[in-house]
Design a protein around this ligand. Structure first.
Ligand code: AMP
Length: 127
């Protein structure tokens, strides 16, 4: 694989404790924290602790334990936030912006969990 991870990205700095964050959950394989510029009443980012750039990089290169641990953390965060549609919550949207077309700003794999209001159409109509 030719992915080149830049350890100076802001989420790597958060993982190293060099920049503060508003933590929702930390596990062996994941850290979840509130987005600094929320786009919805609920806007939490979940990142794996390993050096993965984007979703496909993580999905292809992470260990089974990392992938399972990360996904369990996403479930736990939804539980903590009270947004599970099957448990009385109103649901949420997951977004994983990847690369230039995905308009990814921070090159450390992350999932956005957005909720607290109806999120509208999934994407703008394509050109
Ligand atoms: P993306 O465009 O998917 O790469 O989104 C990156 C997200 O990271 C944006 O929603 C930013 O608001 C968020 N962000 C950037 N810096 C921080 C930070 N220090 N703490 C929390 N969220 C951040």
């Amino acid at each position: 694989m030719t992915y080149t991870y830049d350890a100076d990205n802001i989420f790597a700095k958060i993982l190293r404790g060099e920049i503060p964050n508003n933590t929702v959950l930390e596990t062996d394989h994941a850290l979840a924290f509130h987005d600094i510029q929320p786009s919805a009443p609920v806007h939490v980012l979940v990142i794996p602790k390993g050096p993965y750039i984007c979703y496909d990089h993580f999905a292809l290169a992470a260990t089974d334990a990392e992938i399972i641990g990360f996904n369990r953390a996403v479930g736990e965060v939804c539980q903590k936030l009270g947004i599970q549609p099957g448990e009385g919550g109103n649901g949420y949207r997951l977004i994983a912006n990847s690369g230039p077309d995905g308009v990814q700003e921070v090159e450390h794999m992350h999932l956005h969990i957005l909720g607290g209001r109806p999120m509208g159409r999934m994407v703008q109509k394509a050109n």
